[in-house]
Design a protein around this ligand. Structure first.
Ligand SMILES: Cc1cc2nc3c(=O)[nH]c(=O)nc-3n(C[C@H](O)[C@H](O)[C@H](O)COP(=O)(O)O)c2cc1C
Length: 325
């Protein structure tokens, strides 16, 4: 059990929307199941739960990579015998030797880095490593160079405008903000303002600032600066819009994040045009992606590291079969 606990500790270092960590791990003799935690959903920004399943895919990829390091081969399946209860099944087979994946070493150093980047190009070699960091059926990554960022800019700004004009979006976002280190540490989840590059403030002031001083206009200005400081953007596109593809997209994105960490390249989300359905439709058409599903937009480039986010204790996310409700 101690070894399984260790494996799950690596799994939960994965990114998740608003750092909700929407996962439950159920442990059997030689199988770990990853279930969605429906108490940790984001009904406004993620009404179809695609981001939730992408997050579970990221945790899955960490688990498989860590399994190799601990001498396990993993066989992954998505189980949906019961339509209301879909989950990920990871069967573990003991190997007589380790099966290390070099990305294991970067599970702890990867982070979403939300500061301004240095506005310089990546070397051709590093860009090629990023472009070939995963090979997963049904998932593609479309890269945009610095010069091509302007193609995406109108969709990014439109998505941001819609979100910051939507009171429900702002309320949901702020409910996951953790304004103090003490609060962030105790809850072990959510968006600690230090990781967002925001100044220290209490929840009362924070609510006022977010609701009355952060406007669609100020956000648009901030986003323009952030995207043009990037070396490029990458759009993760799924062939189908279903749970299997969401999980696989999460696995691909996690390999991207770990590979970027290995190369000392920062990355962060610019998801608004994927999250706002009407904007996603327009962007899909404009990029000639009709029939496909662009679900994550990421900026990358060089920058300093930021404060790391917290996780809940691993004991809080491990359930024995009988304890699962
Ligand atoms: C599916 C998904 C969607 C995300 N969307 C956003 C986003 O829109 N904006 C953002 O700043 N971060 C976004 N994130 C990053 C999370 O907020 C981040 O992973 C979490 O706070 C934990 O921090 P870490 O990645 O540094 O470990 C997203 C992550 C995932 C997996």
């Amino acid at each position: 059990m101690e070894q399984i606990k260790e494996l799950i500790k690596y799994a939960v270092r994965a990114p998740s929307g608003h750092n909700t960590q929407p996962w439950k791990f159920i442990v059997f003799e030689s199988e770990i199941q990853i279930h969605p935690d429906h108490t940790r959903v984001l009904p406004v920004v993620d009404s179809d739960n695609h981001a939730l399943w992408i997050s579970l895919g990221c945790a899955l990829e960490n688990l498989v990579i860590a399994g190799g390091k601990f001498g396990f081969k993993s066989e992954v399946n998505i189980s949906s015998e019961d339509k209301d209860r879909t989950f990920i099944k990871v069967k573990l087979f003991s190997l007589d030797k380790q099966r290390p994946d070099e990305l294991f070493d970067y599970i702890g150093t990867r982070q979403s880095t939300r500061n301004e980047y240095e506005a310089i190009n990546l070397s051709v070699q590093d860009l090629n490593v990023l472009k070939t960091c995963f090979d997963i059926q049904g998932i593609n990554a479309r890269f945009f160079s610095q010069d091509e960022i302007k193609v995406l800019e109108p969709f990014i700004i439109e998505g941001s405008n819609l979100q910051f004009k939507n009171k429900k979006f702002v309320t949901e976002l702020v409910s996951w903000f953790r304004f103090f280190e003490k609060e962030a540490k105790e809850k072990g989840d959510g968006l600690w303002t230090a990781c967002m590059g925001l100044p220290k403030m209490n929840r009362f002031i924070g609510n006022i600032v977010m609701k009355h001083f952060v406007s669609a206009k100020s956000e648009a200005k901030r986003w323009k600066k952030l995207i043009h400081s990037s070396s490029g953007l990458v759009l993760f596109v799924a062939d189908k819009n279903d749970i299997e593809h969401w999980v696989n997209l999460g696995r691909a994105f996690q390999r991207f994040g770990l590979t970027a960490a290995k190369l000392n390249i920062s990355h962060a989300h610019v998801n608004m045009p994927c999250e706002e359905i009407e904007v996603r439709k327009q962007m899909t058409k404009s990029l000639d992606l009709t029939g496909k599903h662009p679900l994550l937009l990421i900026r990358f480039g060089y920058s300093d590291k930021m404060t790391y986010s917290f996780r809940r204790p691993v004991e809080d996310v491990i359930f024995k079969k009988d304890a699962y409700i």
